[in-house]
Design a protein around this ligand. Structure first.
Ligand code: MN3
Length: 200
């Protein structure tokens, strides 16, 4: 079964003014679709065709950077659409996740500052992350299509800092985009679901 582009979980204009319909149309319909198409082409006829996406990402991370560019980005974007929601963000987090951010990361304000700094200092294209490694939360950043799965960790929140994710709405002001992502777009319920799965 080849990978397919999932529908956005909300309307194209649902995240405006923080992320425009124009950005989501290009980002979802063109960029994510291209990762799906190229990933399927590279997997066709190989032993990895039909395997679980997470397993393919880990394999590609260790063995095939060209494949990782495509399948890593497919994994990243499936979750990225769900890591955002209309009227998201804010400081009211599901209980277990809030406790872990307090104990592992020094509280919400430090999480926000460190997460934004990771995104702002990722040189070139990539992602900043909140991930679970060895049972504890960590802030990470990765280049291009890479993600925490290839570093022995489980991503529970990621922000796409490729220019295609913010240039239409923020031009070169990546920190403004990161702040809007944290303050106005994060779907903390979905983050909490992934946290529970990663720590179960
Ligand atoms: Mn992207």
């Amino acid at each position: 079964m080849a990978f397919e582009l999932p529908d956005l979980p909300y309307a194209y204009d649902a995240l405006a003014p923080y992320m425009s319909a124009e950005t989501l149309e290009f980002h979802h319909d063109k960029h994510h679709q291209a990762y799906v198409t190229k990933g399927n082409e590279m997997l066709a006829g190989t032993d990895w065709e039909g395997k679980a996406l997470e397993d393919i990402v880990r394999h590609a991370g260790a063995n095939d950077q060209g494949l990782l560019n495509q399948v890593g980005q497919h994994y990243n974007h499936i979750h990225f659409w769900n890591w955002m929601k209309p009227n998201g963000g804010g400081t009211s987090l599901p209980g277990a996740l809030q406790s872990a951010i307090d104990s592992d990361l020094g509280g919400y304000d430090k999480f926000k500052a460190d997460f934004m700094a990771a995104g702002a200092t990722q040189f070139g294209s990539g992602w900043c992350w909140l991930a679970v490694k060895d049972g504890k939360l960590e802030i990470m950043k990765t280049a291009n299509g890479d993600n925490p799965l290839t570093h022995g960790a489980a991503p529970i929140l990621g922000c796409d800092v490729w220019e295609h994710s913010y240039y239409i709405d923020y031009r070169n002001a990546r920190p403004k985009y990161l702040e809007a992502f944290v303050d106005n777009m994060i779907n903390w319920e979905y983050v909490a679901e992934m946290y529970e799965a990663a720590t179960a």
